[in-house]
Design a protein around this ligand. Structure first.
Ligand SMILES: [Zn+2]
Length: 60
C-alpha cells in the first residue's frame, strides 16, 4: 500500500502528487523546477514553501 500526497507549487500553482514526504523534506516542482520545502502535512495535502537553493562554492 503506497501513500501519496498532493501539493501545490506556490510559484506556478502547479498541482502534483508525490510519494509521502515529511516536514522539512524538499522536492523540486515538476513544472518549474523550483525547490520546495514541506512546511506541514495536513492529511494528504502538503503545505509547500519555496526555498532558496544555495549551491556550495567549491572554489573552482
Ligand atoms: Zn512550480
Amino acid at each position: 500500500m503506497s501513500t501519496t500526497v498532493t501539493g501545490e507549487c506556490p510559484e506556478c500553482e502547479f498541482t502534483f502528487t508525490a510519494a509521502e514526504l515529511g516536514v522539512g523534506e524538499t522536492l523540486a516542482c515538476p513544472e518549474c523546477a523550483l525547490t520546495l520545502q514541506v512546511r506541514a502535512v495536513d492529511g494528504g495535502a502538503l503545505a509547500l514553501e519555496a526555498v532558496e537553493t544555495e549551491l556550495p562554492d567549491w572554489g573552482e
